[in-house]
Design a protein around this ligand. Structure first.
Ligand code: GYE
Length: 330
């Protein structure tokens, strides 16, 4: 850690708690004068595939802004690990003070994180996890418990089936998975697999929708063609759910909570956008397990601690709930 930045940052952090609208980054390149004036952070964001992702990027931008004493360099990995590895190497070359990494998948980070460590740059991992041999390759991680999110959804389904006296043998589920190998996919799929095993539900198909609306729609359209019996769709984010609803409606079917009347029950995750929240209120989505993207203030807090030479928690899980219709209790 370069000591000259510490004082500047401490002062800035004391003076400002949040950035206003004018905190937008004016230019992308890091000049020498910016380096002297600001704490330089390289943020490797994995992509812009969902509403959750966009909210996450905004949150980081808002917290690590000029008014708070930061020069933020954002690189969009476009859902490709190779791009993210390249971005991290560029950050190392630029001698940034911190790296924030939102990794697309869990594995394959050992080499590049070793390079960052050797360069003395702390790496704060957010959202999805990295699966590395040596845990000292990253400073800390901030994100969600994806298995718990999945458990909340399957528990909701369990209660729904009981309340409507629907037999487990009548349940035919399609799982539209997230990006394969991403922690959010691994955890959410794991929770569903365990419930399928426990209750004996029929898991008709498991296909990745890559966390996008377009792919979610495409996958759902194919599934409807191939498997007429599907009556529950477990979408691993709500953009996929929106795509699935479009495909269901285009096929002349109904997305809704009346499974006994032939409607298809949609379950989802995130609940960041108003559109998704409204779909729950309209009954087109049965429930959404909340996934919180607002990691900006948490990253700010971690950097503040590191600058004060305090040790942040290695793993920080955010607290989350459920998006349900108002008449339902959790
Ligand atoms: O649920 C999805 C996004 O990793 C938690 O990624 C994140 C997931 C989120 O594309 O919408």
């Amino acid at each position: 850690m370069k000591i000259r930045y510490i004082l500047i940052c401490m002062i800035c952090l004391l003076c400002f708690t949040a950035c206003g609208k004018n905190g937008k980054q004016e230019k992308d390149d890091t000049t020498q004068s910016n380096k002297d004036e600001y704490i330089v952070v390289g943020f490797s964001q994995l992509g812009a595939e969902s509403d959750w992702r966009n909210a996450n990027t905004e949150s980081i931008k808002k917290s690590l802004c000029r008014e708070n004493g930061f020069e933020l360099i954002i690189e969009d990995g476009q859902q490709k690990q190779a791009n993210q590895i390249m971005a991290i190497r560029t950050f190392i070359q630029k001698e940034v003070d911190f790296i924030v990494l939102a990794p697309v998948t869990e594995t394959g980070w050992d080499t590049v994180l070793r390079e960052a460590k050797d360069a003395g740059i702390p790496v704060i991992v957010i959202d999805r996890m990295v699966d590395v041999q040596d845990e000292s390759l990253f400073t800390c991680w901030i994100g969600s418990d994806f298995v718990s999110e999945g458990n909340r959804v399957v528990d909701w389904l369990r209660d729904y089936l009981d309340a409507n006296e629907i037999e487990d043998s009548q349940v035919h589920i399609a799982d539209i998975q997230g990006t394969l190998g991403a922690s959010a996919q691994i955890g959410r799929t794991k929770a569903l697999d365990a419930a399928v095993e426990q209750y004996g539900w029929d898991l008709v198909a498991q296909v990745s929708g890559d966390f996008t609306q377009t792919k979610g729609k495409e996958v759902m359209a194919n599934l409807l063609d191939e498997h007429e019996e599907i009556n529950v769709v477990y979408c691993e984010n709500d953009n996929e759910a929106r795509g699935a609803i479009l495909a269901i409606e285009e096929a002349g079917k109904v997305a809704g909570t009346n499974l006994l009347e032939g409607e298809i029950l949609i379950l989802a995750f995130d609940g960041v956008s108003r559109v998704a929240q409204d779909l729950v209120q309209e009954g087109k989505i049965g429930c959404i397990a909340e996934c919180n993207p607002n990691h900006g203030p948490r990253v700010l807090e971690v950097i503040r601690k590191l600058l004060a030479e305090e040790q942040p928690e290695k793993l920080f899980y955010v607290t989350e709930g459920m998006w349900l219709k108002p008449d339902e209790t959790q």
